[in-house]
Design a protein around this ligand. Structure first.
Ligand SMILES: [Zn+2]
Length: 172
């Protein structure tokens, strides 16, 4: 397995720096996905595979409601500043930060309240195991089915819901 090098990281930093302050979430997502694709082999090794970054090549970004992402304006500014400070010394942070940024780009937040902690930062996911939509509290990590009656207590594996799936539930 090949390891990520300084010049690989510098390549990402330069592409993110080149984004405009007014870049749309789609432009930011494209930069991240192309970078992941061009380092696919490295993404298959730790710590990147732990964060699922090896699963993002072949991703069809047109299937996802990326324009709804809040990663723009001030959040984009924060994203760019953090990317500029990424270092090989803390690779786990690099992997986690990229994964979190992808989530912020691909996962719309919806109105709602967490039944466990009463937080208001609620995101929509899909349970890969049964194809049903789940709501996930970004504050405490509690997840529950969009329709409580669907909860059979089965296995859960989170994946991003597509725009078409969200539309079915009136969420986009
Ligand atoms: Zn919560």
């Amino acid at each position: 397995m090949k390891a990520l090098t300084n010049s690989d990281l510098r390549d990402l930093q330069q592409k993110v720096e080149a984004l405009s302050d007014k870049a749309e979430p789609r432009a930011t997502l494209t930069v991240l996905l192309r970078w992941i694709e061009s380092h696919q082999e490295k993404m298959m090794s730790l710590p990147f595979s732990d964060y699922g970054l090896d699963k993002f090549s072949q991703f069809r970004l047109e299937d996802y409601p990326v324009s709804k992402s809040s990663l723009r304006g001030r959040e984009l500014e924060h994203f760019r500043r953090t990317v500029s400070k990424l270092s090989l010394k803390d690779l786990a942070f690099v992997a986690m930060f990229i994964r979190d940024s992808l989530e912020a780009l691909l996962m719309p937040e919806v109105d709602g309240e967490c039944p466990r902690c009463n937080g208001y930062s609620i995101a929509v996911f899909k349970n890969k195991c049964d194809g049903k939509l789940l709501l996930l509290c970004k504050t405490c990590g509690f997840g529950w089915y969009f329709d409580a009656a669907q909860d059979t207590g089965g296995k859960r594996e989170y994946e991003f819901a597509t725009e078409r799936e969200l539309r079915k539930y009136g969420l986009v």
